[in-house]
Ligand binder design. Structure first.
Ligand code: ADP
Ligand code: ZN
Ligand code: ZN
Length: 692
């Protein structure tokens, strides 16, 4: 027997399978980690077996023996390896890196270091089960029929698992029918979670497993509580603040069949379940579902790929679906299931008001609170109701700048301003550089340095001054750095130990606080002015989510949106909670500009410490690419400097390629990579691909 093995080195040149001979009596399977001799090195290397074969195309004498199976290695499902193969091609990342992404990393938990499970305190909390309303019932029935039909198909042809992987043809698009996909499109509080729970019950009844993705565990803490109390003892949980050992333990619970459900953020899509019956992706539009490191995968696509490999339905859910998913729903690729009103009897959507900050200033109000917000805050505090204030920027004030020369104080290693914190330190939010606040301008020596802008820390101070009797909590990247930080703050607020919760976008998402009747967005424009074609979409999502926080219960809520651009369609339509009109407007814009999801956009980022080499290579590559691109009508833009050109003393340039066809985009990316490699002989340039 022979094994095809990927060598465990992060080197593109070795990113192809090598054939080894399996010695008599050795038990080796696909997915095993093995020890093998490689090249002239005397030290054995590790590799992953991706397939087995009876015969070898190579001369028997030339093949080396596998030395052994690496002890305690995890034997993984071929399905996950297939997924890695697909990801490697789709996202232009080495197979090795993809294997490391899809396979759980083996780590042991040091028992004495185990912390108390933050969920423990809430274990007693019981979840009330509801009788579904007619809309929920229609949605649940549709999903259940999908689950059953996949189950029935499986009984006819038990496994699609192929014997070996064909690396040249990773897209295994046989004649088989794609599994069904659903979009539960429901306003906040419409009972989407209740529908998921129903679908999970059905799946478990068929003895199948469930992956439930949520954007970030702590952000939807209550969702986790509901699932784990409904399915007691059957749930494993992943979250980003767990140690590697703790995560590994959760994965192993899945692999050993001790649990039926894995709840977690994007990496939960790689749960080692062999009889998966359902994938749920809550808050599908969330940015956190996109991986920020290579492979820069889009979880919604990986989820569909995994569903195809295993043949199970995918349920996406959102109040503000991504344009991509909603377009597919309108085209009928995904079945649209709509929930149009709040599930809790008597609960209504909050009244939303847009406040024009330009007018406030013109009328002499220099405070960061508009008169209307101030009035409503006073009222709510009098009535002992709770308030959430949202500010898209952390820190004390955003930066300090010089009144003499106008320069902002910048990070010496990055092209961004340093952020001023209350402890008097200036910090770079890109590379972590910090320095005490200086007295003189580093550019011109002038003593007139003044803080500029506003962050959450400063907002907190301001609120405490204006409302000295109110209890205030703040939740942002700085206050939640410790393990359990999120949970502690949320639990305190939920128990009404504070009246006002201040925070960055992490407070707007998914929480259900029945006593919150007022939500204030201090500066809605911050997200609108981001240099990204998705800025409007994000702003719309943020405002809609924030608005969903107020008046979740019977108490009618107020939402105040303070902005300098009150007429902007993203703000107007979010205030009216009109997703469909927003979708039309935004799609018209994307069509006009040729942006995704209308066309595919490949971003190629080149990073290099040597600026001259970076310039030369990127210019050459673009010149040579222009021919290829012209031939297939693709648009080529660049090379441009990245928005933040220098980070940690590394320079970054961008090349964009736009085309309507996914396959052509992938081809052009490969060509571009090859050209760059030809000019960059010593591999000094790091390449990053991002497919949108
Ligand atoms: P979503 O996930 O869409 O934001 P949830 O599932 O969290 O909505 O439901 C919002 C609230 O309504 C929750 O408190 C939930 O217990 C309640 N709820 C859900 N479905 C029903 C129902 N059919 N009848 C009564 N209350 C319901
Ligand atoms: Zn100056
Ligand atoms: Zn920096």
């Amino acid at each position: 027997m022979y094994a095809q093995v990927i060598i465990d080195i992060t080197n593109e040149a070795l990113d192809r399978p090598y054939t080894y001979h399996i010695p008599e009596g050795m038990q080796v399977g696909a997915g095993d980690r093995v020890s093998i001799p490689f090249g002239n090195s005397r030290i054995p290397k590790n590799g992953y077996v991706i397939s087995l074969s009876e015969q070898s195309a190579y001369d028997e004498d030339k093949l080396k023996d596998i030395l052994g199976v690496v002890s305690n290695a995890i034997s993984v499902k071929e399905q996950l390896i297939q997924l890695a193969v697909w990801m490697s091609r789709e996202y232009g990342t080495t197979l090795n890196q993809c294997l490391k992404t899809v396979l759980p990393v083996k780590k042991t938990v040091r028992k004495n270091l185990r912390r108390i499970d933050p969920m423990e305190r809430y274990r007693e909390e019981t979840d009330e089960q509801h009788i579904l309303n007619p809309e929920q019932q229609i949605a649940a029935d549709a999903i259940v029929s999908g689950i059953r039909s996949c189950f029935a198909r499986k009984k006819v042809s038990p496994d699609r698992t192929p014997g070996s992987l064909d690396l040249t043809q990773p897209e295994n698009t046989g004649k088989t029918q794609d599994p069904p996909r659903y979009l539960v499109f429901g306003i906040t509080g419409s009972g989407k979670t209740e529908v998921y729970l129903h679908a999970i019950e059905e799946t478990l009844a068929l003895k199948r497993k469930v992956i439930m993705l949520i954007p970030e565990i702590s952000l939807t803490f209550q969702t986790v509580l509901r699932i784990s109390s409904r399915f007691r003892g059957k749930v494993a949980i992943l979250h980003s603040r767990m140690s590697l050992g703790e995560r590994y333990e959760q994965y192993m619970k899945c692999e050993r069949g001790e649990v039926d459900i894995l709840v977690g953020p994007r990496s939960a899509i790689f749960a080692p379940f062999d009889n998966l019956g359902l994938i749920i992706m809550d808050e599908e539009h969330e940015g956190a579902y996109k991986s920020e490191t290579a492979p820069r995968y889009e979880t919604r696509d990986v989820a569909f790929q995994r569903a195809k490999l295993t043949d199970c339905p995918v349920v996406y859910g959102s109040a503000t679906p991504s344009l991509d998913i909603f377009t597919k729903a309108l085209h009928g690729e995904i079945r649209l299931l709509e929930l149009t009103h709040r599930a809790k009897p008597g609960s209504t959507l909050a009244a939303t008001e847009i406040i024009d900050l330009r007018k406030e200033l013109a009328e002499g109000n220099r405070s960061i609170f508009s008169r209307r917000l101030n009035e409503l805050m006073t009222e709510a505090l009098d009535k002992k109701e709770q308030i959430m204030l949202f500010m898209n920027r952390r820190g004390y004030s955003s930066f300090i700048s010089c009144r003499s020369c106008g320069e902002a104080v910048k990070c010496p290693h990055c092209d961004v301003s340093l952020t001023l914190h209350r402890d008097g330190m200036l910090r770079c939010h890109y590379c972590g550089y910090e320095t005490p606040r200086m007295k003189l301008c580093p550019s011109c020596g002038s003593p007139y340095l003044a803080p500029f802008g506003f962050g959450t820390e400063r907002l907190e101070e301001y609120v405490k001054q204006s409302f000295p009797d109110a209890g205030v909590l703040r939740m942002d990247a700085d206050t939640t750095r410790n393990k359990g930080g999120h949970e502690r703050i949320l639990a305190a607020f939920r128990a009404h130990r504070a009246d006002i919760l201040i925070g960055t976008q992490m407070i707007v998402k998914g929480h259900d606080f029945p006593d919150v009747t007022l939500v204030g967005m201090i500066a809605a424009d911050l997200s609108l002015s981001a240099p990204d074609f998705k800025a409007q979409e994000r702003t719309f999502q943020l405002i809609t989510q924030a608005a969903g926080r107020a008046g979740r219960d019977r108490e009618a809520g107020h939402v105040i949106i303070q902005t300098y651009q009150p007429e902007h369609y993203a703000i107007q339509l979010a205030a009216r909670q009109d997703y469909r009109i927003f979708y039309e407007q935004e799609m018209a814009f994307r069509k006009l500009m040729g942006y995704p999801p209308v066309e595919r956009l490949m971003t190629i980022q080149l990073q290099c410490a040597d600026e001259n080499l970076l310039d030369a290579v990127s210019e050459l590559a673009v010149k040579e690419m222009s021919g290829y691109c012209a031939a297939c009508n693709a648009e080529l833009i660049g090379p441009l400097r990245a928005t933040v050109y220098r980070v940690n003393d590394i320079f970054r340039k961008i090349i964009y390629i736009k085309h309507g066809s996914h396959d052509i985009i992938i081809q052009l990316r490969d060509q571009c990579q090859e050209l760059i490699r030809q000019h960059d002989r010593r591999s000094q340039i790091l390449l990053n691909f991002d497919l949108q």
